[in-house]
Design a protein around this ligand. Structure first.
Ligand SMILES: NC(=O)c1ccc[n+]([C@@H]2O[C@H](COP(=O)([O-])OP(=O)(O)OC[C@H]3O[C@@H](n4cnc5c(N)ncnc54)[C@H](O)[C@@H]3O)[C@@H](O)[C@H]2O)c1
Length: 250
């Protein structure tokens, strides 16, 4: 096991990519603190970790766009386990729409959940990792950070913010032995991905765009995330790595 007894926090781990990552980290031996705004699904992930891998897991409900959630996750994890080795900022939402029709409150909301949350969590947990002189932070961006699609201007802007925040932050943290990187999923079969996949025409278009010839599933995001959380990726800093079956080449 590559992450034996490491202490990890995964946000938005009640469903989709976050859930797959939380289970993957636990499979590799980590003790995982599961966060989600949804009490039922978040609790279920923590339970599944215990049942499947016999590993300790704690569920902490909270909205990651609020500073008090970042404090809760930091303080409770430290009380319970004494350190924080891994932080995966995964929670996110999608609100689609033409820019000319997009509501200002939706812009503020999507930025709060997708981008501000990453800043708040990195601020709270980054300090702990700096003091420990050890840490791995993986922020979930999107290929939308590099290539915005129509109806997704706001979403793409939040993900570009996550990607570039991670780059700049990685330079502040590298001297403290804390690695910060982001991953850029393509189109993934999840609740959030439905907007792209429910329409059979769009689904077909995405499959054709993907050299691997299929839509990705949350488990496709796990291997890279685990790698970025191990010391095997020690010299990888500030990267934004696509996991998209070959859609983008930059
Ligand atoms: N599905 C895709 O096609 C795709 C592609 C690229 C990037 N992503 C990114 O991957 C991440 C996970 O997305 P997913 O597809 O698994 O979505 P999902 O909707 O299946 O899961 C997101 C989880 O985050 C939780 N969440 C939402 N708002 C929250 C908040 N304010 N605080 C705490 N938890 C919150 C939800 O309850 C849910 O459990 C997101 O950041 C998303 O932008 C997804």
């Amino acid at each position: 096991m590559r992450l034996q007894d490491r202490i990890a926090i995964v946000t938005g781990a009640g469903a989709g990519i976050g859930k797959a990552i939380a289970l993957g980290l636990a499979r590799e031996g980590a003790k995982v603190v599961v966060n989600d705004i949804n009490q039922v699904t978040g609790q279920a992930t923590a339970q599944e970790i215990k049942e499947k891998y016999g590993r300790e897991s704690l569920f902490l409900a909270g909205d990651v766009s609020q500073w008090r959630t970042a404090e809760l996750l930091r303080d409770t994890t430290l009380e319970e386990y004494g350190r924080i080795d891994i932080l995966v900022n995964n929670a996110g939402i999608m609100i689609s729409g033409l820019v000319v029709d997009y509501r200002e409150e939706d812009w503020d909301k999507i930025f709060a959940v997708n981008a501000k949350s990453v800043f708040l969590m990195c601020k709270a947990i980054g300090k702990v990792m700096m003091e420990q002189k050890y840490g791995k932070i993986v922020n979930v961006a999107s290929i939308g950070a590099k290539n915005g699609d129509k109806y997704q201007a706001a979403y793409a802007a939040t993900k570009a913010a996550v990607m570039n925040f991670s780059r700049a932050f990685s330079r502040e943290m590298a001297p403290y032995n804390v690695n910060v990187n982001s991953i850029c999923p393509g189109v993934v079969e999840t609740e959030l991905g439905k907007v792209n996949l429910d329409d059979p025409e769009k689904r077909k278009k995405f499959i054709e765009m993907t050299p691997k010839g299929r839509i990705s599933v949350p488990e496709d995001m796990v291997g890279l995330t685990i790698f970025l959380c191990t010391d095997e990726s020690e010299f990888i800093v500030g990267q934004a790595i696509n996991v998209d079956g070959g859609i983008l080449y930059y």
